[in-house]
Design a protein around this ligand. Structure first.
Ligand code: NDP
Length: 281
C-alpha cells in the first residue's frame, strides 16, 4: 500500500512478460487509477527469460514500486522475491510483486481470485460438485488450482502438452482434493461441467487436439486467454455446442483489481473497466 501524497512524481508500476505488447494491463490500471484518484504510471516491460532476474532487480533498484508478471515469468518471479504470500507459495507462481518501504520484494498471486471472481461473481456459476478439466500446467494454472479445489468440486483433471508437468502439478495439489494429471489425448468423458483453457497455445493461433466426448450443451468453456473475436479454444467450444464459450477478460480485470489493491490499498470497481474492454475496444 502506498501512502505517497497524490502530487509530485507518479509512482511507477508495470507488467513484465515476453511477449507483452498485447497486454491490456496499462489500460486497466490506468482506468483504476483514474477512478480512485491515484497518481501512477504503468508500463510494459518486455523481458526475455534469460535476463528476467537481472532486469527485474534492476527495475526495482530504480523507481519501480510494483510489477505484474505474466508468461513465461511467473515461476521465476516466485524465486526472485524475499517473501511469498501463502497462496503464492502454494502455487509456486507469482503474478504480482510489491516493493515494500524497506525495499524487500513481496510476491503474491491474484490469478486464482481473478478466475473465481469472474466464474462465480460475474458469470454466476456454482462450482459445487462440478467436474472440471483444465488445459495447461503453467504459471496461470498453478495459481488457480488451490482456490478451485477449495470449492468442493467433484474432480479436476489437468491435461498438458508435457504430461509429466500435469502429473507433477496434480501431485502437488493432491492434498486439497480429487485432482489428476494426464496428456491431452488421455482425457476421457463423460462431458465436463467446466473446461478452462490455461495453455498459451492461443498465442500461436492453435488449439490442442482433444478427444471427442468432453463437451456437451451443459459444458461451460472458459479461455483464460483474451482477445477480440473468437480464440481457437472458443471456436472449438462453439463447434461442440458448449453452453457458454467465455474469454478471460473478467479474470484479467479481477486479478488486476486485486493487484491494484495490494499496491495502493484501494480496491477499484471492476464492472466499468470490464464493460470498456468488452464493448468499446
Ligand atoms: P506459461 O508459459 O507458464 O505456461 C504455458 C502453458 O501453455 C504450458 O502448460 C504449456 O505446455 C502450454 N502450451 C504452450 N504452447 C502450447 C501449444 N502450442 N500447445 C499446447 N500447449 C501449449 O504461461 P501462463 O500459465 O502464464 O499463461 C497461460 C495462458 O493463460 C496465456 O494465454 C495467458 O495469456 C493466459 N492468462 C490469462 C490470465 C487472465 O487474467 N485472463 C491470467 C494468466 C494467464 P508445456 O508445459 O507442454 O510447455
Amino acid at each position: 500500500m502506498s501512502d505517497a501524497p497524490q502530487t509530485g512524481v507518479p509512482d511507477q508500476y508495470g507488467v513484465a512478460g515476453h511477449p507483452v505488447s498485447h497486454s491490456w494491463s496499462p489500460f486497466i490500471h490506468g482506468m483504476f487509477a483514474k477512478a480512485t484518484s491515484q497518481r501512477i504510471v504503468y508500463r510494459l516491460f518486455d523481458i526475455a527469460p534469460a535476463v528476467f532476474r537481472r532486469e527485474t532487480l534492476r527495475l526495482f533498484a530504480g523507481d519501480l514500486r510494483g510489477l505484474n508478471v505474466t508468461l513465461p515469468h511467473k515461476l521465476a518471479a516466485a524465486e526472485l522475491v524475499q517473501e511469498l504470500s501463502p497462496r503464492a507459495a502454494r502455487a509456486g507462481a507469482v503474478n504480482t510483486i510489491v516493493r515494500r518501504d524497506d525495499s524487500t520484494l513481496f510476491g503474491d498471486n491474484t490469478d486464482g481470485i481473478g478466475l473465481l471472481s469472474d466464474l462465480e461473481g460475474n458469470l454466476q456459476l456454482d462450482l459445487t460438485q462440478k467436474r472440471v478439466l483444465i488445459l495447461g500446467a503453467g504459471g496461470a494454472v498453478r495459481g488457480v488450482l488451490a482456490p478451485l479445489l477449495e470449492r468442493d468440486l467433484a474432480a479436476i483433471v489437468i491435461a498438458n502438452r508435457t504430461s509429466s508437468r500435469a502429473a507433477q502439478l496434480a501431485a502437488d495439489f493432491a492434498d486439497l482434493g480429487n485432482v489428476r494429471g494426464c496428456a491431452f489425448h488421455e482425457v476421457e468423458g463423460p462431458p465436463f461441467d467446466l473446461i478452462v483453457n490455461g495453455t498459451a497455445a492461443n498465442l500461436g493461433g492453435e488449439m490442442p487436439e482433444m478427444p471427442v466426448g468432453l463437451v456437451d450443451e451443459n459444458t461451460v468453456c472458459y479461455d483464460m486467454a483474451y482477445g477480440h473475436g473468437h480464440t481457437p479454444f472458443t471456436l472449438w467450444a462453439k463447434s461442440l455446442h458448449a453452453a457458454r464459450a467465455c474469454k478471460g477478460w473478467g479474470m484479467l480485470v479481477e486479478q488486476a483489481a486485486a493487484a491494484f489493491a495490494l499496491w495502493r490499498g484501494i480496491r477499484p470497481e471492476t464492472a466499468p473497466v470490464l464493460e470498456a474492454l468488452i464493448h468499446h475496444r
